[in-house]
Each structure stands twice: as structure tokens, then as C-alpha cells.
Design a protein around this ligand. Structure first.
Ligand SMILES: Nc1nc2c(ncn2[C@@H]2O[C@H](COP(=O)(O)OP(=O)(O)O)[C@@H](O)[C@H]2O)c(=O)[nH]1
Ligand SMILES: [Mg+2]
Length: 351
């Protein structure tokens, strides 16, 4: 019989988790996802062991083929003997029994595989904020020892971009239908992408979109346009040479990462080997330049900020709600401003 100390109700569970038991993993994920009692203690106990897995964020508009791409990547990782933990922030993910026959078949392949664990957050994770919970589930996967951690977002809202950007490598998936590269730029995708994928390259317009993205990337990155072909009758090399705002030469230092723009047909696995190469190259680049350590440091700092915000919120509203309710009549009479009441609540927390 396992004796569980009263002050740590999850000690036995954490021990089982540490022994690599899948059902313990599933329970830990549920506890974290649903903010059950002791979830922060569990995260705290696991924190020391995280940091080995390659976190890959996959973002892009709904329907771009992110889930299909994740299935293809998962199959490739497994073929190479690597384990995969995947968290999908997507209530309609085919991984959770969506309407797509093709994907369900693929899901069955991977779901039966002991080296794969998939969790769809649906809307349940919104208890603690979907974005934060997703990152914490990725931490749990990392602690469990998965070699690759895939994080799929449902769309390209701000919090989804935050989630994707918190990965080691962020892959942005677009399709010819998803509009031009200017749209992508507006949505902030250019800022977070480490790798661009134009999926559905079997459809018209894929090459054009890929070229446009490349052009925008090179212009933004201030790189020479050596490798960019003339486009729409405009010689970009000449245009750049003529530009008065030509960027200064790169200072000596770690070589910058050149964001590749790949084309895939995820449904058929076409272009997936090139994506695997790009993922490996990016990871190697992160290691070589210290970027990986930096991203991890940032992640640790993030967790502290999130935990502090959560605890302060909790404390503020523990007594704050009563203070607020009590002050409402005075505020209505104009004897107190909302800011004075807020200050009262803050003082109550600080005291
Ligand atoms: N024509 C074509 N369809 C694809 C490709 N990849 C995925 N799809 C289909 O696009 C639809 C959306 O795919 P899904 O992976 O669910 O997209 P997600 O919403 O980004 O996760 C599904 O019907 C897929 O079968 C592709 O390369 N070419
Ligand atoms: Mg999906």
C-alpha cells in the first residue's frame, strides 16, 4: 500500500508519473487542465525535470491542414523512434473524433501507438485561461519525457499566437486560400514564425503565396534579395539597391536564422521530409546560438509571472468582492470612485 502524506495528496500520482505510466500522465493532465486541488504543487514537482523535449508550435488559420500536418509529423517522428506528446487547442480537431474520415484513420494509427499521447483542450482548459493551461500541459509532456511536443492552435488569435510563440520552434501554416502575405503580416504571423509552410500545395496559388511570403520576409529581415526571383515584373534586386533605406550590413555575431518557406501536401505527406529537415536545422541553430537556453529562460520567467498573477487575483477577490459590493452604493452616489475602491482592494491584498 502506498502511504500518501496528508500535505501532498498527489505524491503517489507523481511517483507513478515519474515511472512513466501513461494513466498517471492522463490523470496529471486532467488535474492541471481542470485546475483541481493541488495542481500547482504537481506542476512544481515536475518543473525540475522539464526542458528536454523539442516544443513545436503549429499555428495558422482553421482548415489550413495543421492537424493533418501534425499527424504526418507524428508518423515520421515515430518512425525515427521518437515519442510524441501533442496538445491541440482545438475543439474540432480530427484527433478528437472530428468529421474527417481520412484524419480519423490516421488518428487510429497514432492513437493506438504507445509512444504517442494526444490531448485536445477543447473549451475545458478555459478555466485557467486556455493559453496558460496549454503551456502547462506542454510542461507536463516535457516532464514525462516526450522527445517531441506538438502544440496545435485552432486559429491565429492573439492568445493562440502567444501559445505558438512559446514553443522552441514555431511553424506557421498557410494555404493558398488563406489570403495574401499581407494578411499574414497583419496577423502578426511574420513576427512569430521560425518556419513557414504553405500547405495544400496541390491547389493553385501555392507557389505564388510562397514567393510573396519569401519576399516580405527578406524585405523585413533586411537581407539581400539575392535569392528572390523577380516578381510581378518588378526587379526586387534593383528596387532594393535603389532604396535609400537599405539596411546596414549585419554586425558580426551569431548568424541569423533564415526563415524557410516550404510547400507541403500534408494529406499525402509531400514536403514533410523537408519540414522535418527544417525542424532539425532550427533546433540545431537554437542550440548553437544559445537561443534555446534563452527561450527556456523566458519560459521560466513566464511561469513565475503567470503564477504570481494567478495568486494575486485569487487573493484580491477572496476579500475584494465583499469590499466591492459594500462600496457600490457609495460609488453610485458619487462619494467614491472605482479607482478608490480598487485601491482599497489592492491595499487589502498587500496587507
Ligand atoms: N487538398 C488538400 N487538402 C488538405 C491538405 N492537407 C489537409 N487537407 C484537408 O484540409 C482539411 C482541413 O485539415 P485539418 O488538418 O483539419 O486543418 P486544421 O484546421 O488546420 O487542423 C481536411 O479536410 C484535410 O483533409 C493538402 O495538402 N491538400
Ligand atoms: Mg486542427
Amino acid at each position: 500500500m502506498v502511504i500518501v502524506p496528508a500535505d501532498d495528496p498527489h505524491a503517489a500520482l507523481v511517483a507513478e508519473f515519474g515511472a512513466g505510466r501513461k494513466n498517471a500522465l492522463a490523470r496529471v493532465v486532467s488535474i492541471v487542465e481542470n485546475r483541481r486541488h493541488g495542481f500547482e504543487q504537481i506542476l512544481g514537482r515536475l518543473a525540475g525535470t522539464a526542458g528536454r523535449g523539442h516544443r513545436i508550435g503549429i499555428t495558422g488559420p482553421p482548415g489550413a491542414g495543421k492537424s493533418t500536418l501534425c499527424a504526418a509529423l507524428t508518423a515520421s517522428f515515430r518512425a525515427a523512434g521518437e515519442t510524441v506528446g501533442m496538445v491541440a487547442v482545438d475543439p474540432t480537431s480530427p484527433f478528437t473524433g472530428g468529421a474527417l474520415l481520412g484524419d480519423r484513420i490516421r488518428l487510429n494509427d497514432v492513437a493506438l501507438d504507445d509512444g504517442v499521447f494526444i490531448r485536445s483542450m477543447a473549451t475545458r482548459g478555459s478555466l485557467g485561461g486556455l493559453a496558460i493551461t496549454t503551456k502547462e500541459i506542454a510542461d507536463v509532456f516535457d516532464a514525462f519525457g516526450f522527445d517531441r511536443i506538438l502544440i496545435e492552435t485552432v486559429g491565429v488569435g492573439q492568445s493562440e499566437l502567444d501559445v505558438a510563440a512559446a514553443a522552441d520552434t514555431t511553424v506557421v501554416v498557410l494555404v493558398p486560400e488563406s489570403g495574401d502575405s499581407i494578411q499574414a503580416m497583419k496577423a502578426g504571423l511574420m513576427e512569430i514564425s521560425d518556419i513557414f509552410v504553405v500547405n495544400k500545395a496541390d491547389r493553385p496559388g501555392a507557389l505564388k503565396l510562397a514567393r510573396e511570403i519569401e519576399t516580405v520576409l527578406r524585405l523585413r529581415g533586411g537581407e539581400t534579395l539575392r535569392n528572390v526571383p523577380a516578381h510581378h515584373g518588378v526587379d526586387l534586386r534593383r528596387a532594393a539597391a535603389a532604396s535609400a533605406s537599405a539596411p546596414p550590413p549585419q554586425p558580426e555575431g551569431p548568424r541569423p536564422w533564415t526563415i524557410p518557406v516550404l510547400q507541403t501536401v500534408a494529406e499525402k505527406g509531400e514536403g514533410v521530409p523537408a519540414l522535418l529537415d527544417a525542424l532539425a536545422e532550427h533546433r540545431a541553430w537554437l542550440v548553437a546560438t544559445g537561443g534555446l537556453a534563452q527561450r527556456r529562460r523566458q519560459r521560466l520567467a513566464d511561469r513565475v509571472r503567470e503564477a504570481v498573477a494567478r495568486e494575486l487575483q485569487r487573493r484580491a477577490w477572496h476579500d475584494g468582492e465583499a469590499i466591492l459590493q459594500q462600496a457600490l452604493p457609495e460609488m453610485e452616489r458619487g462619494d467614491l470612485t472605482p479607482y478608490q475602491v480598487a485601491a482599497r482592494i489592492v491595499r487589502a491584498v498587500a496587507g
